[in-house]
Design a protein around this ligand. Structure first.
Ligand code: SAM
Ligand code: SF4
Length: 339
């Protein structure tokens, strides 16, 4: 057997991949209207990578220069024994891996916050689209706002730095965004606003959900002074951050539709079935599960698959939401690729 590669993961556009988003399940206990349909068919469990396989894949990426891993889904905390994976990956922090993090809807965070902190997680993203119980029930199709807020409190008490992610929705929360920002800053959290992306059928028309964030920004500027921030963290995502003078907190804008940010893309996504998607907005992918399960030398086979994936990483996505009734750009839901 040859020794595994430690060559950096560089694509044909000269971008180096240092950030892996690893989805551990396509399942979720919520049904956010922009993300999923009410009736979803989830993957059979046998198709999912085991926790050991997920660890093996993650460690191959770390060897190849990945410094940040975000565990995502679906809802990662609904996967049984997921804290075991956090524990194993946490042991590699400081040995190549610089950050282990999580995106969660926080419904089960109260139970897991202390264990996440113990595993070495320092910062997490929590999705929260409204502070109003009725609206939460409309947007997430479940009555769980109290659990989410309790989860955020538990994370804070465990010493985790929470960043709030809020999808801007034309009719469901656009009028509440300033209040959500004010609440976040008062509670000590940064917040990013996200434009709805046309991923998967959800039973809703995304034209009725999408609101461009330049419009939202102009509305916020009638209330506050927003000062643009220099990008300090090279591992940070595509948010453009502003400091709000009056609240002292930061607000980020993630604008895949109005402002394409692909030139600086440093990430790839691996699904819970072991598919690597080189771009959230494109369909091409490479299967890592077959080499992993069927090769006599899985490390070598995985390295070859990663090289092939990087070679095929596209330059950019091509999202648009221009007309009512438009079909999604991709049939794949965000919960499958890993948000
Ligand atoms: N369940 C976890 C959560 O909600 O945080 C993690 C997975 S979720 C797919 C990750 C992020 O993707 C969330 O912030 C969610 O709001 C966002 N998201 C899901 N579908 C989206 C869409 N169609 N457009 C934009 N953001 C979306
Ligand atoms: Fe679940 Fe997250 Fe999708 Fe909402 S956005 S349905 S919480 S996976």
């Amino acid at each position: 057997m040859t020794s595994p590669s430690s060559a950096p993961l560089r694509d044909t556009f000269g971008r180096q991949v240092t950030y892996l988003r690893l989805s551990v399940t396509d399942r979720c206990d919520l049904r956010c209207t922009y993300c999923m349909a009410e009736a979803m068919t989830f993957l059979p469990r046998k198709d999912l990578l085991t926790l050991e396989e997920l660890e093996f894949v993650a460690k191959a990426f770390i060897r190849r220069g990945v410094r940040k891993i975000r565990i995502t889904g679906g809802e990662p905390l609904v996967r049984k024994d997921i804290l075991h994976l956090f524990g194993r990956l946490g042991e590699t922090l400081g040995q190549g891996l610089e950050e282990l993090t999580l995106t969660t809807n926080a419904t089960q965070l109260t139970q897991h916050a202390d264990d996440l902190a113990r595993a070495g997680v320092r910062r997490i993203n929590v999705s929260l689209d409204t502070l109003d119980r009725n609206r939460f029930q409309e947007i997430a199709r479940r009555d769980q706002l109290d659990q989410v807020l309790e989860g955020i409190r538990a994370a804070k008490a465990a010493g985790l730095k929470v960043k709030i992610n809020t999808v801007a929705l034309k009719y469901q929360n656009a009028d509440e965004l300033a209040d959500i920002i004010a609440w976040s800053h008062k509670d000590g959290h940064d917040i990013s606003l996200i434009e709805v992306m046309p991923l998967g059928e959800t039973g809703e028309d995304r034209f009725d959900q999408y609101i461009p964030l330049d419009l939202v920004q102009r509305q916020l500027e009638t209330r506050w002074t927003l000062e643009p921030e220099e990008k300090r963290d090279p591992l940070a995502g595509p948010s453009r951050y502003f400091r709000i003078q009056e609240t002292g907190g930061r607000v980020g804008f993630i604008t895949p539709l109005t402002n394409n940010f692909c030139a600086g893309c440093n990430r790839v996504r691996v699904t819970c079935t072991g598919r690597i998607y080189m771009c959230l907005g494109q369909n091409n992918h490479i299967d890592l599960r077959t080499p992993l399960r069927e090769s006599a030398d899985p490390e070598k086979a995985l390295d070859a698959a990663l090289d092939a994936a990087l070679f095929a990483k596209p330059e950019r996505h091509d999202f648009s939401i221009r007309t009512p009734g438009q079909s999604p750009a991709l049939s794949r839901h965000m919960s499958v690729t890993g948000g």
